[in-house]
Design a protein around this ligand. Structure first.
Ligand code: ADP
Length: 268
């Protein structure tokens, strides 16, 4: 058995999540059937916050794994470690989640190599099992266990995409930046700036989002607007705050930088 208590993964305080559509009730229904879920949408649009909120609402522990291309199946499943008494098995986060009945959130799963991703297959069909080949154990997932992955359609390329056989194991919900009024509300609530400033930040973001595909790979995320609001609330001049959060991180191209700066100047 694992020695990790599930208390540390419990979300004790309600995370602030502003629903933008019917995603809460749809997720509730999916969880009732323990359906594996894929949350699709650009970076920084609220997917992780949504999972935190749902884990809190459902009273389930949440184990999040940020995926990357160096990740191996052992990083998810577990491995034998050497200590003074010899070798000792240590569960990986996926195994822990399956044992304790957590929601396991694999963030940016496309980043992981396909040979890593396939370890989730037996957990995402009727078997709901996880074979620990090296240990010679077959873990039967706890009845409350659920697997959730996030997926940014903008990033995928021929080299990096989920196998069709992986994709077709998930129900999916689409996420995007919230519409203007809602996004202003979120920025104001998250940062404490007034609604006028929040609305200006959102309008700048809208201008930048129109540049996606015309020199910008991704639009300005809600996360970056929250950063801008936080700096403004710390007393930073709004023009500098926008430069730091909505211009400099996004581009190295001088022309694009000028275009973004012009958008900022229109409002601040
Ligand atoms: P993602 O997982 O899609 O990359 P996050 O969930 O981390 O993005 O969202 C980034 C930030 O944007 C959050 O920390 C939160 O401040 C804010 N945010 C975005 N959407 C919402 C929402 N609907 N309700 C509350 N906060 C939100």
């Amino acid at each position: 058995m694992t020695d990790i208590s599930n208390e540390q993964y419990k979300i004790s305080q309600e995370p602030y999540y502003r629903a933008v559509g019917r995603e809460v009730e749809l997720y509730d229904a999916a969880y009732a059937r323990r359906m594996p879920m894929m949350l699709k949408g650009p970076t920084g649009c609220g997917k992780s916050r949504f999972v935190e909120y749902m884990a809190w609402k459902l009273g389930r522990p949440l184990i999040t794994v940020a995926c990357n291309e160096d990740m191996t199946a052992s990083d998810l499943v577990g491995r034998f470690l050497l200590d003074k008494d010899g070798t000792k098995w240590q569960d990986g986060p996926l195994t822990t989640a399956a044992r304790i009945g957590a929601i396991c959130y694999l963030d940016e799963v496309v980043e992981a190599r396909q040979d890593t991703t396939v370890v989730i297959h037996p957990l995402t069909d009727h078997r709901r099992t996880l074979p620990l080949d090296k240990k010679g154990e077959l873990v039967h997932a706890h009845p409350d266990f659920q697997l959730v992955i996030s997926y940014n359609p903008g990033y995928q390329s021929l080299m990096k995409d989920l196998k069709e056989s992986t994709k077709q194991r998930f129900g999916a919900l689409n996420f995007d930046y919230p519409e203007a009024e809602l996004e202003s509300e979120i920025v104001a609530r998250e940062t404490g700036v007034d609604s006028e400033i929040a609305s200006k930040l959102v309008q700048i973001a809208h201008r930048a989002r129109n540049l996606k595909g015309h020199g910008l790979d991704e639009g300005i995320s809600t996360r970056l607007l929250v950063y801008a609001g936080e700096l403004i609330n710390e007393g930073v001049d709004p023009a500098y705050a926008c430069q730091m959060t909505m211009v400099t991180p996004l581009t190295d191209d001088p022309d694009m930088r000028e275009t973004l700066e012009a958008a900022v100047e229109t409002f601040f």
